[in-house]
Design a protein. Structure first.
Length: 118
């Protein structure tokens, strides 16, 4: 007994080929988007890491300057001749430190704003 031959109609074959081709294009697009997202995330992570290091380095420079200023102040106090000079030195030191800390806070604020894109 002969078995009937099963033939796929040409329309169905074309439809199947088009479906496979569309699925391949969709998959390729998905892979390209995933690669792009991965590269973007990596770039942003590197940027954030670099910016955080810059802020840390900046803070260390500020701390070094502030400690140095404190030692200079202490040395000047030891050399003061009288209470009036001590008060003058204290007043100058406080003014200088307020100005320095204000500028340092401004610099760190600007850097932080750049990091967050503001």
């Amino acid at each position: 007994m002969d078995q009937p031959k099963f033939e796929v109609p040409p329309e169905m074959r074309n439809f199947a080929e088009q479906s496979v081709e569309q699925a391949k294009k969709a998959f390729d697009s998905f892979i390209a988007a995933a690669r792009h997202a991965a590269v973007t995330a990596e770039t942003q992570a590197k940027t954030a890491q670099g910016s955080a290091k810059e802020v840390g380095d900046m803070a260390m420079r500020f701390a070094e300057r502030n400690i140095s200023a404190s030692f200079d102040f202490a040395q000047n106090l030891v050399r003061a001749k009288d209470a009036q000079e001590v008060l003058r030195l204290q007043s100058e030191y406080v003014k200088q430190q307020i100005a320095a800390l204000t500028e340092q806070a401004k610099d760190i604020g600007q850097k932080a704003a750049k990091m967050t894109g503001q």
